[in-house]
Design a binder for this molecule. Structure first.
Ligand SMILES: Cc1cc2nc3c(=O)[nH]c(=O)nc-3n(C[C@H](O)[C@H](O)[C@H](O)COP(=O)(O)O)c2cc1C
Length: 199
């Protein structure tokens, strides 16, 4: 059972929204999706290991930088998704930022299949030994879960970055209004975004 604040380790805290709902009616889900779909994002695969030691993961664009000192990121995962169990059981996760032209990988990890990792090259990360998408990721972050909040129908997992690789070159896959695209050439800062051999 999730607990109210303060969180006990390994148990999510519930953020109560009841008082807010009494104040004002939220917009419907279609309006929510249309508004949030207007925000262009990168695309990540968030990965971990389940209790049977199998790699699990899902495509996520609800990924956000939270703090520099200490370095924290958050990911928001639907409470009904299978991968959430693996993230919680691992006590951590890897955020894999997908390279351009990896819409196939994004679609693969946006499916509920249990064997998604059969379709990609992956290896264990250095610090947490969690699955990372070596050739499909532009950068990756190994995160240890430091906060687990149940907010509405999603879990907001805050992770402290304990390992990872900054971008080695290459460009990101983008997502906007339910469609994929690549980062425009004109928007690449000097010296960044040069394709690498591994891309
Ligand atoms: C571009 C894109 C972004 C997504 N972002 C999220 C997200 O941030 N959080 C989430 O819970 N699901 C997100 N999804 C949906 C999940 O990837 C999808 O439900 C997946 O099947 C979950 O995998 P699982 O059932 O193996 O856990 C996204 C899907 C796409 C295509």
């Amino acid at each position: 059972m999730p607990s109210e604040h303060p969180a006990t380790p390994g148990e999510p805290s519930i953020v109560s929204l009841d008082s807010m709902k009494n104040d004002m009616q939220p917009v419907d889900i279609g309006t929510f999706r249309a508004i949030m779909g207007s925000l262009p994002t990168g695309v990540c695969v968030v990965s971990a290991i389940d209790k049977e030691d199998e790699p699990r993961g899902l495509t996520c664009n609800a990924v956000c930088s939270v703090s520099q000192e200490p370095p924290l990121v958050l990911v928001c995962v639907d409470l009904l998704k299978e991968s959430l169990h693996a993230l919680r059981d691992s006590g951590g996760f890897v955020v894999n930022v997908l390279r351009e032209d990896r819409s196939r990988v994004s679609q693969l990890f946006a499916s509920p299949s249990a064997s998604k990792f059969d379709g990609v090259f992956w290896e264990a990360s250095e610090v947490l030994k969690l699955p990372m998408l070596t050739t499909d990721a532009l950068a990756y972050a190994e995160c240890r879960i430091v906060a687990d909040l149940q907010v509405g129908d999603h879990a907001m997992l805050v992770g402290m970055i304990v390992g990872g690789e900054p971008p080695l070159g290459g460009r990101p896959l983008m997502y906007w209004r339910r469609g994929y695209s690549n980062w425009p050439e004109a928007a690449i800062p000097n010296g960044m975004g040069r394709p690498t051999n591994s891309a």
